[in-house]
Design a protein around this ligand. Structure first.
Ligand SMILES: C[S@@+](CC[C@H](N)C(=O)[O-])C[C@H]1O[C@@H](n2cnc3c(N)ncnc32)[C@H](O)[C@@H]1O
Length: 353
C-alpha cells in the first residue's frame, strides 16, 4: 500500500462506499462523449469506429447467439447500445442511477426499441434463472465490490450452453510500473474535495478516496490553481485527476494532507480486488463456467490493421465494406495474444444441460 493510502487509513475514519456511488454517479459522461455506437451511430469516416465496431462484432462472434442478452455495468450504454442492432433484445444494468439515466437518453437518441436499462447490482441480479442467452460486460465485473458473487449471478441467469463475454482490466498490462497514483483538488459550491486514486499490480487492486475539507483561503487558492485536464467532463467544475508526479506530487501529496488535516470533515472510499488472467480463470471456474478462453481484445489487431490501411490511403475506398471488414476481422478474436494486454477479452460458457 502506498504511503498516502496508508496515511488515510491510519488517520481518518473512512466510510466504505462502492465504485458506482463514489466514481460513476458523479460523472456527466462515463464514456468519451463522442463514443461511436453509444452517443452516435458508427461511421466509416472515423478510424476509431472501424476499431470499435470490430470489438463489438467480436463480442457477438464469441457470444454465438443473437437472442436475449444482458449487459452488466453498462455505464452510458456500452456495449448494450452498439450490440442492439444485431440481437433480439438486450437489457443493460448498472448500480448507478445516473449512468442508467444517461444510457436511456442515448438509447432514445439512437432510436433502439429492443434495449431496456435498469438500476441493479451485478452481484444481485433481479432476473430469473436461465433468463438470458448471453451475458456481456465492458470493464465492469472488476468494478463490483464482490466480483465472484457477480460471476455466480451471471452463471445463474445464463441459459444452459450460453456464454459470458467480457472485457476485464489487466493491471499488469495497463500500468507502466508497479503502481499508479492520481489526485485532484476541486471546489463544489462552498465545499472542497481532495480525491486520491491508486492502482497496484501486486496484488492487483485499486482504491479511491474522496476527502471533504472545510473551506479556507489557502485551500481556495490551491483548488483554483489545480491544473485542468483538457476535455475532461466528469462533472462541471472538476479539473480531472492528475498523475501524482513532479510538481503535483510536491504540492498535493502527503504533505498536503498533513497540512490540511484539521480541515478534513468526511472521507469515503472504495477498494476493489482486480484479477490476473490466472485468478480470473479460477474465479470463472469456481462460479461454474467451463471452456474458458482468456485473450487480448481484437482492438490490439484491429488498430494496427486499420491504421495501416488508412496510411496507405485505402480505408476511405473500403467504406462500402465497413461492416463486412470489421465482421471478418472480429472472427479472429480467439487469436489475439493476452501477454501485456491492458485488457483481457474473456469467453466462458455455462455447460449445456
Ligand atoms: C468502467 S465502467 C464501464 C462502463 C461501460 N460498460 C463501458 O465499458 O463504457 C464500470 C461500470 O460498472 C458500474 N458498476 C459499479 N458497481 C456496480 C455494481 N455493483 N453493479 C452493476 N454495475 C456496477 C459502474 O457504475 C460503471 O458504470
Amino acid at each position: 500500500m502506498r504511503p498516502i493510502e496508508e496515511w488515510i487509513r491510519g488517520n481518518l475514519k473512512v466510510e466504505r462506499v462502492d465504485s458506482a456511488a463514489l466514481r460513476y454517479d458523479g460523472m456527466d459522461h462515463q464514456a468519451p462523449p463522442d463514443l461511436g455506437g453509444v452517443y452516435r451511430p458508427y461511421t466509416p469516416s472515423r478510424i476509431d469506429d472501424w476499431i470499435d465496431l470490430s470489438l463489438i462484432l467480436s463480442y457477438l462472434s464469441a457470444l454465438g447467439t443473437t437472442g436475449r442478452i444482458l449487459d452488466i455495468g453498462t455505464g452510458d450504454g456500452w456495449p448494450a447500445l452498439p450490440i442492439a442492432p444485431y440481437v433480439e433484445a438486450i437489457v443493460g444494468i448498472d448500480r448507478s442511477q445516473k449512468r442508467i439515466e444517461t444510457a436511456e437518453v442515448n438509447r432514445r437518441q439512437l432510436g433502439y426499441e429492443n434495449v431496456t436499462f435498469r438500476v441493479a447490482s451485478g452481484d444481485d441480479l433481479p432476473f430469473p434463472d436461465r433468463g438470458f442467452d448471453g451475458v456481456v460486460a465492458g470493464t465492469a465485473i472488476e468494478q463490483i465490490h464482490d466480483p465472484e458473487a457477480c460471476l455466480r449471478e451471471v452463471h445463474r441467469v445464463l441459459e444452459n450452453g450460453g456464454a459470458l463475454v467480457a472485457t476485464v482490466e489487466n493491471l499488469a498490462g495497463e500500468l507502466s510500473g508497479p503502481y499508479a497514483e492520481e489526485v485532484e483538488l476541486f471546489q463544489d459550491n462552498d465545499r472542497f474535495f481532495y480525491r486520491y486514486a491508486v492502482k497496484e499490480v501486486v496484488p492487483p487492486r485499486e482504491a479511491e478516496y474522496l476527502i471533504e475539507l472545510d473551506p479556507s483561503p489557502p485551500l481556495a487558492r490551491l483548488a483554483a490553481g489545480f491544473p485542468r485536464r483538457p476535455g475532461f467532463t466528469r462533472r462541471q467544475g472538476e479539473p480531472g485527476m492528475q498523475p501524482l508526479a513532479g510538481r503535483i506530487a510536491e504540492m498535493f501529496g502527503l504533505s498536503f494532507l498533513e497540512r490540511f488535516r484539521d480541515r478534513i470533515v468526511r472521507v469515503s472510499g472504495f477498494e476493489l480486488r482486480h484479477f490476473t488472467p490466472g485468478s480470473l480463470r479460477d474465479a470463472l471456474a469456481a462460479a461454474g463456467f467451463s471452456r474458458i478462453r482468456i485473450r487480448g481484445p481484437i482492438t490490439r489487431i484491429a488498430s494496427r490493421f486499420f491504421i495501416a490501411l488508412h496510411e496507405e490511403g485505402m480505408l476511405a475506398r473500403l467504406s462500402p465494406m465497413f461492416e463486412e471488414m470489421c465482421r471478418a476481422l472480429a472472427q479472429a478474436w480467439d487469436e489475439v495474444p493476452t501477454e501485456e494486454s491492458p485488457l483481457l477479452f474473456v469467453q466462458a460458457r455455462k455447460e449445456p444441460a
